[in-house]
Design a protein around this ligand. Structure first.
Ligand SMILES: Cc1cc2nc3c(=O)[nH]c(=O)nc-3n(C[C@H](O)[C@H](O)[C@H](O)COP(=O)(O)OP(=O)(O)OC[C@H]3O[C@@H](n4cnc5c(N)ncnc54)[C@H](O)[C@@H]3O)c2cc1C
Length: 259
């Protein structure tokens, strides 16, 4: 069976800066990591390959530096990693991202299961998994916490919901997004790290995946980031002094003022 894992490179710091002119993240000089939720997707892809045989491929749509993240996936047991990169993809929203990834997966052609993380740390929408399933016309289940059974054309999973767990069956090929409860990601192996150093990471452009550039990048994105800003801290704190009784009295007086 063949598995495709979608990964995104995200800023590896909380010290995020926004370009006020373009309303986009300043990525230059900012350390990047594989989106933490995608490490569980990668691990599950490798485990499924170990369980069922076949191949696991990692793909990422991003700028050239995303190659670094893809190289890391090889050290974690991924067989092949492909970077989907083209100037025409810059500024893609979740719709355009799903479109580009769906075109790349269509080019891969021979796939049984596509695994995504539940959401990213930066965009944080959780829309790319469902978007992919819609554009590929295959079933989708979100928040998968366990793969119970998998065989040719059939998948049974457990998914997390607010009240507990649900068991879902579906046909393959399909798309799932996974939660961190699904596994404990492994560390890179020495053999994997050696393989990663010399691995070829092919770069597929819009032309390579037959993507319509009007449907990608800013042109193909129905949403626009109008304004990005850090929320202003408006709360203030005040320390109450004295005995507990005195502090309670003071607190009651202050609450009465507010109410
Ligand atoms: C108008 C607009 C402009 C934007 N411009 C830019 C920009 O210039 N540069 C920029 O970096 N971002 C930009 N973004 C953000 C970008 O659109 C989103 O980060 C991207 O579409 C993915 O959405 P998300 O991060 O919410 O992913 P989610 O939907 O939260 O991700 C869920 C899962 O989908 C998979 N996934 C998500 N993104 C990718 C990817 N790129 N490759 C492979 N797998 C993926 C991963 O498995 C991930 O865990 C822009 C967004 C908007 C709305």
């Amino acid at each position: 069976m063949n598995f495709v894992v979608c990964i995104k490179q995200v800023p590896g710091t909380t010290d995020i800066k926004i370009d006020p002119e373009t309303n986009t993240l300043v990525r230059e000089g900012v350390p990047s990591v594989i989106n933490p939720f995608d490490t569980y997707a990668l691990e599950e892809g490798v485990r499924l390959k170990e369980r069922c045989g076949g191949k696991v491929t990692a793909i990422s749509m991003g700028p050239p530096q995303a190659e670094e993240a893809l190289r890391e996936t090889i050290s974690l047991g991924i067989d092949e990693a492909i970077l989907i990169s083209d100037r025409a993809f810059a500024g893609s929203d979740t719709w355009a991202t799903s479109y580009v990834l769906s075109k790349a997966i269509t080019k891969i052609a021979d796939y049984d299961l596509i695994i995504c993380g539940r959401q990213t740390l930066d965009g944080d929408t959780g829309q790319v998994g469902p978007g992919l399933s819609e554009m590929l016309g295959v079933p989708f289940v979100a928040y998968v916490s366990k793969i119970e059974e998998i065989k040719e054309g059939y998948l049974k999973v457990q998914r997390m919901v607010e009240e507990g767990y649900e068991t879902m069956e579906m046909s393959l090929p399909a798309v799932i997004t996974v939660v961190k409860e699904i596994n404990v990601p492994r560390l890179p192996s020495l053999r994997g790290s050696m393989k990663a150093k010399t691995a070829q990471i092919p770069v597929w452009t819009a032309e390579d995946i037959s993507a319509d550039t009007d449907k990608a990048g800013l042109t193909g994105s129905p949403t626009r980031v109008v304004k990005i800003f850090f929320p202003q801290r408006t709360h203030k704190s005040e320390m109450l002094q004295g005995s507990t009784e005195l502090q309670v009295t003071q607190l009651m007086e202050k609450l009465e003022e507010i109410i």
